[in-house]
Design a protein around this ligand. Structure first.
Ligand code: NAD
Length: 469
């Protein structure tokens, strides 16, 4: 059986407090790889390797750091097909989207290779003349990255690439549900010449907690559920450690009466159901202007029927399984609380859930408030844009939102009033360009942003310098 390994100082190593099997969610009898459960000892070794590498890496000139990131992009590109297949088999992402994720990884690395040669800091006029005053943005040191399984290559990279570009070294603790993908990612980093600069400790929450608490780890960047994020924020605050937490959503699509209803239905269906609704930006609520609700629901049913449900390895598949049995059971349990307005058949073996639209609940109901992370869309109605915005904002989350309309005034009102970090018009709630800021409002985020230039803010600290004659 394949064994995923830790990657410490450029060597692939086994070890830890036991192991678990990573299953193919479409065929759970098939084991993708055995994942070692790293613990404090593995975190200690990785932190040591990252600390040792930091001394040299922070002094490595930007253009030379850029070369390493370009080389990493090339190493990923060279194994693109294999990596996409690993994503599809380990986390059940349809192969078309898995290929897209690999392409995004290459784009992220190339983008941050460019960032590694851009200015970091500025000259600030002094109160007195003849004074040279400037700000330097220095790396933090060793940064700990804790990531979920749903973008098993892209999320580790959209953290690691900006961290490395500005001179930090990294210890990644990937999800225990995607350890094989993390193993392959580590192999590509080693092929690109990265050793102690990028380390991976496989494992579950115990390894994550050890990383958070390690004294040599200066900052934690986390993506995952709001429950884990809250625990990590609390632990980091107590240690006065810099942190960012990017968490879940209850993302909304609003459909106004003037929208192209067929187009809107395709956008909402795709945003809700593709990859079985397991994107943090997936559409999980739709609010439809009441006057067109009947017509829209007909279009939505047709659009959902057009999304093939099945094996992630089939090119045509749009909806695969959910990640594991626990997730499947949680989603099926929640569905019983609403009225099913539409549901399509899914395979009976594997962790599949039928793409389902549920209604008959009000905006305060569990189905309209809590993230299910499955192919389930909660259907709500509102009489006006004002009422729709009120419903849309009635959630503790604020990650992404979309509006379907042909009216520019409605679009501008929505952009002004919606409480979400990523806001789209006539597009679905998922998908943000890899060079644009990514993150949420309210309970979806600790308030920083990832991707794009702004990602460098988290991975640097300011030093204000004044040189007098
Ligand atoms: P999760 O919170 O269960 O796990 C995330 C990571 O935290 C894993 O690596 C896990 O091992 C680790 N972990 C668990 N307990 C820990 C602890 N006590 N201390 C330290 N680390 C710990 O989340 P998941 O199921 O892997 O991912 C799904 C969630 O991620 C969803 O809520 C989704 O919305 C969210 N997500 C958010 C974004 C975003 O950018 N906002 C992107 C993707 C996914």
């Amino acid at each position: 059986m394949r064994e995923a390994l830790h990657s410490i100082g450029g060597s692939l190593l086994s070890g830890g407090a036991g192991c678990l099997d990573s299953l193919n969610p479409a065929e759970p009898t098939s084991i993708v790889a055995r994942i070692p459960l790293g613990a404090a000892a593995e975190v200690e070794k990785a932190a040591e390797a990252a600390s040792a590498a930091f001394g040299t890496w922070r002094k490595t000139a930007g253009p030379a750091r850029a070369e390493r990131l370009y080389a990493w992009a090339d190493a990923i590109q060279a194994r693109a097909a294999e990596l996409a297949e690993a994503i599809a088999t380990e986390v059940g992402k349809p192969i078309g989207e898995a290929k897209g994720e690999v392409g995004r990884c290459v784009a992220i690395l190339r983008y941050y290779a460019g960032e590694a040669v851009r200015p970091l800091g500025e000259v600030i006029p002094g109160l007195a003349s003849g004074v040279l005053q400037y700000s330097l943005r220095e790396p933090l040191g060793v940064v700990g990255l804790i990531t979920p399984w749903n973008f098993p290559l892209a999320i580790p990279l959209w953290k690691a690439a900006p961290a490395l570009a500005v001179g930090n070294t990294v210890v990644l603790k990937p999800s225990e549900n995607s350890g094989w993908c993390a193993h392959l990612l580590a192999e590509t980093a080693i092929a690109a010449g990265l050793k102690g600069e990028f380390n991976v400790v496989q494992g579950a929450g115990e390894a994550g907690a050890a990383l958070v608490n390690h004294p040599d780890v200066k900052a934690i960047s986390f993506t995952g559920s709001d429950t884990t994020g809250a625990a990590i924020s609390k632990a980091c605050a107590a240690l006065n450690k810099k942190y960012q937490t990017e968490m879940g959503g209850k993302n909304v699509a609003i459909v106004l009466a003037d929208a192209d209803l067929a187009q809107a239905a395709n956008l909402v269906a795709g945003g809700a159901m593709r990859f079985a609704g397991q994107k943090c930006t997936a559409t999980s609520r739709v609010i439809v202007e009441s006057s067109v609700s009947g017509r829209f629901l007909d279009e939505l049913r047709k659009a959902i029927e057009l999304l093939p449900v099945g094996s992630p390895m089939e090119a045509a598949t749009a909806v695969g399984p959910v990640i594991n049995e626990a997730s499947q059971a949680k989603i099926l349990g929640a569905l019983g609380q609403g009225t099913v307005l539409h549901s399509v058949t899914a395979p009976s073996s594997g962790f599949f859930v039928s793409p389902t639209v549920v209604g008959g609940v009000d905006a305060s109901h569990d189905l309209a408030q809590n993230e299910l992370f499955g192919p389930v869309l909660t259907y709500l109605e509102a009489d006006t844009l004002d009422a729709a915005l009120e419903l849309a904002n009635n959630t503790r989350f604020g990650l992404s939102a979309s509006l379907c309309t042909r009216d520019i005034r409605s679009a501008l009102t929505y952009v002004d009033r919606i409480q979400a970090g990523m806001v789209r018009v006539n597009a679905d709630t998922t998908g943000v360009d890899p060079h644009a800021p990514f993150g949420g409002y309210k309970g979806s985020s600790s308030g920083t942003r990832e991707q794009g230039e702004v990602a460098k803010d988290f991975y640097t600290q300011y030093k204000t310098v004044q040189i007098n004659p």
